[in-house]
Ligand binder design. Structure first.
Ligand code: PEP
Length: 245
């Protein structure tokens, strides 16, 4: 039985003025101990968020593949750990798109995060053009193949299926389409890591809100959600936590 995980991704949002939201989300997480909740905030907010989050895991949204070196503007796994992060997202579609990150980049970042004891949320998902061309399943399989580290297991890795065209758009795939991709992703995990695949959570992400959470979370092989816009305030995020609990 996989425990559900609801993870928030604040993207490039959040100043210290928003720490009250972190506290309220942490209180909701504590009130719903039957599920896992986590919040991935901007680098600058990790330490302040950790200071008010209690038991709520605070994460980053990216990590560099190297441990240190001449990489201006980048942040290593060791740095994330030092400021209190316990997890990181890698391979988010906004990084694959905006920063031209490849499947290999996501793989190297996941390996680095693991090396530093961070939990990893590894993202995959097709573009609108790829879906329209009937290639969504192949793209997701190929992204998992290129970015899943050897030895991936439930104790440190979670997969997130996030169709790129659904992120921040208010559009979501049909429940049948979500079920189809999650089944394909589960099969791909099984082919790559064997029985360990059964324990690995697969989150859905893309315009998930309090209004559609119950039906999406009920889909087979959907073990939780990665939530962007609707995680920015407790008012919007807590109903999703409660829908999952
Ligand atoms: C995300 O950024 O991972 C995401 C799913 O965004 P949104 O919920 O806003 O679509």
């Amino acid at each position: 039985m996989r425990r559900r995980l609801i993870a928030g991704n604040w993207k490039m949002h959040g100043l210290k003025a928003q720490l009250g939201e972190v506290e309220a989300i942490a209180a909701a997480a504590a009130a719903n101990p039957q599920i896992d909740v986590a919040l991935c905030v901007p680098f600058t907010l990790i330490a302040p968020a950790v200071a008010v989050a209690g038991a709520l895991p605070i994460g980053a949204q990216d990590v560099h593949a190297a441990d240190k070196g001449a990489h201006t503007g980048c942040t290593s796994g060791e740095m994330l750990r030092e400021c209190g992060a316990t997890l990181t997202i890698v391979g988010h579609s906004e990084r694959r798109g905006d920063q031209h990150e490849t499947g290999h980049d996501a793989w190297a970042k996941a390996v680095a995060a693991r090396r530093h004891g961070l939990q990893v949320i590894l993202c995959c998902g097709e573009t609108a053009a790829e879906r329209d061309a009937g290639r969504a399943e192949r793209i997701v399989q190929s992204q998992i193949e290129k970015s899943l580290p050897d030895g991936a297991s439930a104790d440190w890795l979670t997969l997130a299926y996030e169709p790129r065209w659904a992120i921040g758009t208010g559009k979501t795939p049909t429940l049948e389409d979500i079920a189809a991709i999650h089944a394909i992703a589960r099969a791909k995990l099984r082919a790559m890591v064997g029985d360990a695949a059964d324990g690995i959570r697969i989150l859905y992400g893309g315009s998930l809100t309090g209004a559609n959470a119950v039906e999406i979370l009920a889909v087979d092989n959907v073990d939780g959600a990665l939530v962007g816009g609707a995680s920015l305030t407790a008012g919007k995020f807590v109903p999703i936590i409660e829908a999952a609990a």
